[in-house]
Design a binder for this molecule. Structure first.
Ligand code: NDP
Length: 485
């Protein structure tokens, strides 16, 4: 196996790669073969301290630059990422196991989009002037300061950029901790940002498990924490951040509904359900894993779905013909297989898949269960794997109530040709990121994030600026000051 172009050391701090082999070794396993492809070391307390103090200093330098200058650095970084898209995509595939067919178009490209978009906004982050007769108030949009980003393992390049780009555009610095499962890609993001002219200390990467994340979140120098992860981790991190009254963005899990009415274009609906369940082998937080299909078209929908899933190509993720990759780790594969067993024992009808694929690596065949009911475990818990639950429904009122009957609220989708109904249904669904006759599009221009247990705050779009900056208001008196005594 050709080895990936590896980052030079475990951490990136103060503008340079840093190694400290005293930290716990973290093996990096290629999910398609089970082979170890790299080792990084978890950050020791000394490394965490180095990262935080350099971010604190770096932020002062960065915040003094103009928005135009900051934006230029981010846009240069976007150009470099696009130039190196192939190598970065190969690294993303080694880190996650996702097929190159996907990573070539969805990871470094999405990261570059974020850098370009927020680079473009950096110069326009202004306050306002509020006249009050002779006096006035002016506002300034200021950075929060030192931000911590903590990532999940499914989109390591994208998450590093989706958090880093708006934070940096606003004049903050960042210490980013990738998931221990996929530690390589964020280092390349840091390397490229510095190559593009980012001052030392402004974007740092440290490796480690939850304890390193915990040390970052609780440090009094940290002003903001942005986490992408599961709901249980989100609750812990949110609580820890609250102790220090820190700002938070929480991008957490989901169990999103995808509602298909009987007037929908079947092939488009099947395509939406495939994108919303099997892209990245189902390891996507916004997936529409509860597919509600109106009874009249159920058989037609299932037949077409099974036929199209039969075209999925499982295999070497580096082969661009491969359209379906392995689970990120053996552990994640076993969790997903456990859910599949629960689906079978709780009485769901297996339409296709349902087992580990007979090949090297942590592959699970794309799995569809029909006749799923609302109380089944596979319809209630986030699986984070290629398992689609198809549920039947009769009426719009019924399906909206059932779709909302969950602690989660990340995404929701509806397929119908009736546009009045489409907007009405979306209006009644409790979800942050919604789709009509589509599923899982995530352009940087659109806000992304959830309601209920799925999160707090929004990533991407102009909304993200609000979550990485704060407003200072300044009252200016032109006349004399009146006082009671
Ligand atoms: P986890 O919640 O297990 O971990 C997320 C990150 O938090 C990891 O880097 C983890 O470190 C770190 N972490 C764990 N415990 C703590 C702690 N106490 N303090 C600080 N940091 C901590 O999620 P996964 O990595 O397993 O990712 C899958 C989850 O992410 C799914 O539930 C999915 O829905 C969600 N997700 C949400 C997205 C969204 O935008 N809404 C997008 C993608 C995924 P380590 O793992 O190294 O121990």
């Amino acid at each position: 196996m050709t080895q990936p172009a590896q980052p030079k050391a475990s951490h990136f701090i103060n503008g340079a790669y840093v190694e400290d082999t005293a930290g716990t070794p973290i093996p990096v396993i290629y999910a398609a073969s089970g082979e170890q492809i790299a080792t990084v070391h978890a950050a020791t307390p000394a490394i965490v301290e180095q990262a935080l103090s350099s971010a604190k200093e770096g932020q002062k330098v960065w915040a003094k630059m103009t928005g135009t200058e900051r934006g230029r650095v981010l846009r240069r970084a976007a150009d470099i990422m696009r130039d190196r898209n192939h190598d970065l995509s190969v690294l993303e595939t080694y880190d996650t196991g996702k097929p190159l067919q996907e990573t070539l178009v969805a990871d470094a490209t999405s990261g570059a989009d974020a850098l370009e978009y927020f680079g473009g906004l950096a110069a326009s982050l202004t306050g306002e002037h509020i006249p009050l007769g002779e006096d006035w108030v002016y506002t300034k949009r200021e950075p929060l300061g030192l931000c911590v980003g903590i990532g999940a393992w499914n989109y390591p390049t994208q998450i590093a950029c989706w958090k880093g780009a708006p934070a940096l555009a606003c004049g903050n610095s960042m210490v980013f901790k990738p998931s221990e499962t996929t530690p390589l890609c964020a280092l390349k993001v840091a390397e490229i940002l510095h190559e593009a002219g980012l001052p030392a200390g402004v974007y740092n990467v440290v490796q480690g498990m939850g304890d390193v994340g915990g040390a970052l979140v609780t440090d009094p120098r940290v002003d903001k924490v942005s986490l992408t992860g599961s709901v249980p981790t989100g609750k812990k991190v949110y609580a820890a951040a609250a102790e220090g009254m820190k700002h938070v963005t929480m991008e957490l899990g989901g169990k999103s509904p995808l509602i298909i009415f009987d007037d929908a274009d079947i092939d488009n609906a099947v395509g939406g359900a495939i994108n919303g369940n099997f892209y990245s082998s189902g390891q996507v937080c916004s997936n529409g894993t509860r597919v509600f299909v109106q009874k009249r078209i159920k058989d037609k929908f299932l037949a077409r779905l099974a036929e199209r899933i039969g075209n999925a190509i499982l295999g070497d993720p580096m082969d661009e013909a491969t359209s379906f990759g392995p689970m990120v780790t053996e552990n994640q594969m076993n969790i997903v297989l456990g859910y599949i067993e629960k689906g079978k024992t709780e009485g769901a009808r297996l339409i296709c898949g349902g087992n580990r694929a007979d090949m090297d690596g942590y592959f699970i065949t794309p799995t569809v269960f029909a006749d799923v009911t609302d109380d089944m475990t596979i319809a209630r818990e986030e699986i984070f794997g290629p398992v689609m639950s198809v549920l039947d429904f009769d009426t719009e009122e019924e399906v909206v109530a059932r779709a909302n009957d969950t602690e989660f609220g990340l995404s929701a989708g509806v397929f119908t040709k009736d546009f009045t109904r489409a907007h009405r249904v979306i209006g009644n669904l409790e979800a942050g990121s919604c789709f009509i006759n589509s599923y899982n599009d995530a352009p940087v221009e659109a806000p992304f994030g959830g309601v209920k247990a799925s999160g707090v705050g929004r990533e991407n779009s102009k909304e993200a600026i609000k979550h990485f900056s704060q407003v200072k208001s300044v009252y200016v008196r032109m006349g004399d000051v009146e006082a009671a005594f």
